[in-house]
Design a protein around this ligand. Structure first.
Ligand SMILES: Nc1ncnc2c1ncn2[C@@H]1O[C@H](COP(=O)(O)OP(=O)(O)OP(=O)(O)O)[C@@H](O)[C@H]1O
Ligand SMILES: [Mg+2]
Length: 353
């Protein structure tokens, strides 16, 4: 329980993506959020190989440089593990005390987790009373591979940082949405399109009801451009962003965009079908897109047309109105969708568990 008189500070949110590292600092007083600091540092392609951290020293250096550039002094950060490295499961258990639950978890964990218990770190949290069974409660289990957690801790140590909160990116995403927009009554699908991976989190009143990693991301588009024109990854990336000095045939480029976006929409459709199959009574009211790749021109429109659900690009800063004397607000709003996960992490406080 938080003491009335204790002052708990927001932690620095650190989102370590494969394309870039994001740092975000906020303050909250009387429930009003204020942007304190924000920055993005690009990473080279070799830093992550097939989703795994391959160059911890390089990434650590990028984090240190970014923090020093932003003059961030605090070493305490909130970070998140990727959904690829964790298993999230909701179970129903009879209502019991915290001690009873701890004992039960200790003895029965193996039956809930399809891994060797020795190889995973497990955390759990009681979420609510079960919807259909009043004497039962919903418990959220999160199991992360020890190997991935160790990689991660090693990286943060190299960067000289102390992770006071280790979250899961899915949860950071819905916490961000809750703080920035607030959940109404409808079910909302949050989709974060990154460089290597994308996340889908279907949430209801702030609680994730369905989470899934979707194996699509902006690098696929860059790779397709690279192959088509036989150019470097860097050049292909600037062609994708419309920043290349050189001109490439528009028709071919358009075809690449259309086929990549089409494949992504199909993957999203498949994930939503799976959700509807398991939760036939739950209707998704709106879809909100974040992550750098949600800015691919036309992606939101194609999704909207194909899925027949309202789709919006989600900029968590739109309601916060960053101080124009301190920030280039056009820049902040432009990178806003890409900062969603770091935003969710920057909401965490130093005093909470
Ligand atoms: N305006 C834009 N249009 C199209 N793509 C963009 C735009 N801005 C950024 N991107 C793409 O977004 C991706 C980076 O997004 P993001 O920062 O969310 O990824 P990441 O978190 O580093 O990666 P991941 O989470 O997949 O490991 C890159 O592929 C980049 O090319
Ligand atoms: Mg990301």
């Amino acid at each position: 329980m938080m003491s009335l008189f204790s002052k708990s500070e927001n932690l620095v949110g650190l989102d370590i993506g494969s394309h870039s590292v994001k740092l975000l600092q906020m303050s909250s007083s009387n429930d009003a959020l204020k942007l304190v600091n924000l920055g993005v540092a690009p990473l080279s392609r070799e830093c992550f190989v097939e989703g795994r951290l391959a160059k911890p020293e390089v990434v650590a250096e990028a984090i240190r440089m970014l923090a020093s550039h932003l003059r961030i002094k605090s070493k305490s950060v909130a970070v998140s593990i990727s959904g690829y490295d964790v298993m999230i499961k909701k179970i129903e258990l009879p209502t019991m005390t915290e001690d009873e639950l701890a004992a039960r978890m200790h003895s029965e964990l193996g039956q809930y987790i399809p891994y060797n218990i020795e190889e995973v770190d497990v955390d759990y949290q009681v979420i609510d009373v079960s919807k259909n069974r009043p004497n039962f409660m919903d418990v959220m289990l999160v199991a992360a591979k020890k190997e991935s957690v160790a990689d991660f801790n090693n990286l943060l140590k190299l960067a000289g940082l102390e992770p006071l909160v280790v979250d899961v990116d899915f949860f950071a995403l819905s916490n961000c949405f809750e703080a920035a927009c607030g959940f109404g009554d409808e079910r909302v699908a949050l989709i974060d399109f990154g460089a290597n991976k994308s996340l889908l989190n279907i949430a209801h009143k702030g609680m994730p009801i369905f989470t899934r990693s979707i194996s699509v991301g902006g690098n696929q588009l860059t790779d397709a451009i690279k192959e088509c024109f036989n150019i470097s990854f860097e050049e292909a990336e600037s062609v994708k962003l419309g920043q290349s000095e050189q001109k490439y045939p528009t028709k071919e480029l358009e075809d690449i965009f259309v086929s990549t976006v089409g494949a992504w929409v199909k993957q999203c459709q498949r994930a939503l079908d799976f959700f509807y199959h398991n939760f036939p009574d739950d209707k998704i009211g709106s879809i909100y897109l974040s992550g750098g790749s949600c800015l691919i021109p036309g992606l939101d429109t194609v999704l909207r047309e194909h899925l027949d659900i309202p789709v919006e690009i989600f900029n968590p800063f739109s309601g916060i109105h960053p101080d124009a004397k301190l920030f280039d607000t056009a820049y902040v709003n432009h990178v806003g969708p890409q900062m969603a996960i770091s935003f969710g992490l920057a909401l965490r406080k130093s005093r909470e568990k």
